[in-house]
Design a protein around this ligand. Structure first.
Ligand code: HEM
Length: 369
């Protein structure tokens, strides 16, 4: 039973994790990412974090249930058996590292020398492969379990029940109860971060959506990003590059373009989501003013370094009428920590790709640079 729930949480993590990857790295398969519904990424990433955290007690319970197999003698009985055991060793170790790195990353702690995203992604492929091998090998037993139609009180042909003693059964039920309690605690301790009435129960998440400047959480402050923009930003210009043509827009120029206000969520990779009212220039209006009519857009920040100083906005996000070069948040000018003088807000994108402190937009047509 634990195995089935574990398989469900892993399947949810794999699907939502790969979706997140396609948004983060749109150089391939950008066509299968979506700007609508606007809450889609908030939903997929919340599911990722909740399912990933719930999988931890389930994984520990599953390891407890099968550990006697580890001590079975002789350890291997055939080449096929050796290969099966090797694939399980890979599955178990990759899963433990995957969930551990995932949790630690949500606390923005990187105590390892390897890059988190690339490693987490590579391990997801390893988990997928070894899980498929594991299920294929166990398929006859799984099929026997689902096919069985036995009279009550007789032995399960797929299970090890005959050697069960009363005590073993009791201790198994105790462990099952512990695993279930752990899974419920993990669910409540993560999912509640997006339910305002019970937000304080989110003990396994590091941030609260409502707590930050202008009532919205901030992951990377201007100070942490090394960005200092003078108040009023008199010299700041947003460069828009379309082929050979370079246009520059100061704050007054942007204010003179058509303006719009939309309620759009910030959906963080850590699984918190918060709607906010953003005001500014529709990106389509700005791109048209700069002479563009189509294309993906490379977005650059004033940040000098950092993984998110640059991002690619695929065409269907760039030309979505809801996408804004935001100048205002809840009717006030953006605070510096929220990206003053201007930031990008597009529907359905991870928060880390909603580039703050905009410096340059570069339209690329006919293939990404
Ligand atoms: C079986 C379990 C898991 C699988 C298969 C999995 C898979 C993935 C994949 C494929 C990605 C996309 C990586 C990329 O963008 O290149 C991802 C991202 C992420 N995962 Fe997991 N994951 C799992 C468990 C967890 C857990 C337990 C957590 C934390 C509670 C977690 C937190 C994250 C975070 C925060 C990201 C976004 C990283 C970023 O964009 O900076 N994952 N995951």
């Amino acid at each position: 039973m634990i195995g089935r729930w574990l398989a469900l949480t892993f399947a949810l993590c794999l699907v939502t994790g790969f979706y997140s990857h396609l948004l983060q790295d749109p150089s391939t398969w950008a066509g299968v990412t979506f700007s609508r519904p606007v809450w889609l990424y908030g939903l997929t990433q919340t599911v990722h974090i909740v399912a990933g955290t719930v999988s931890i007690p389930l994984l520990l319970g599953k390891l407890w249930a099968v550990y006697p197999e580890l001590l079975r003698w002789p350890p291997v009985t055939s080449i096929l058996h050796a290969l099966e055991r090797a694939s399980i060793a890979v599955l178990v170790s990759a899963s433990l590292v995957e969930v551990a790195t995932g949790v630690i990353n949500t606390f923005e702690w990187y105590p390892w020398p390897f890059p988190f995203r690339e490693t987490h992604l590579a391990l997801a492929w390893v988990i997928l492969g070894s899980l498929l091998i594991h299920v294929a090998v166990k398929y006859p037993r799984i099929a026997a379990h689902w096919r069985r139609s036995r009279p009550a009180g007789t032995a399960d042909p797929a299970g090890p029940a005959p050697e069960d003693t009363h005590d073993a059964g009791r201790s198994r039920r105790r462990v099952l109860a512990l695993v279930a309690a752990g899974a419920v605690a993990a669910f409540v301790g993560t999912a509640s971060q997006n339910v305002p009435a019970v937000r304080d129960l989110a003990v396994f998440t590091p941030r609260r959506p409502g707590r930050g400047t202008q009532g919205l959480a901030v992951n990377r402050t201007a100070e942490a990003a090394g960005v200092a923009v003078p108040a009023g930003a008199p010299e700041w210009r947003l460069r828009v590059v379309v082929g050979d043509r370079v246009s520059e827009f100061g704050l007054a120029d942007l204010a003179a373009l058509p303006q719009a206000e939309h309620s759009l969520p910030i959906a963080c990779v850590e699984g918190w989501v918060q709607d906010a009212r953003w005001g500014g220039v529709p990106l389509t209006a700005l791109l048209e003013a700069a002479g563009a009519s189509a294309g993906d857009v490379v977005v650059e920040s004033l940040e000098r370094s950092g993984n998110y100083r640059m991002s690619i906005l695929p065409q269907h996000f760039a030309w979505d009428p809801l996408t804004l070069v935001a100048l205002r948040l809840e009717g006030e000018p953006l605070s510096l920590d929220h990206g003053f003088p201007a930031r990008l807000i597009a529907p359905g994108r991870p928060g880390v790709l909603q580039t703050k402190w905009l410096a340059e937009l570069r339209v690329i047509t006919g293939g990404r640079g």
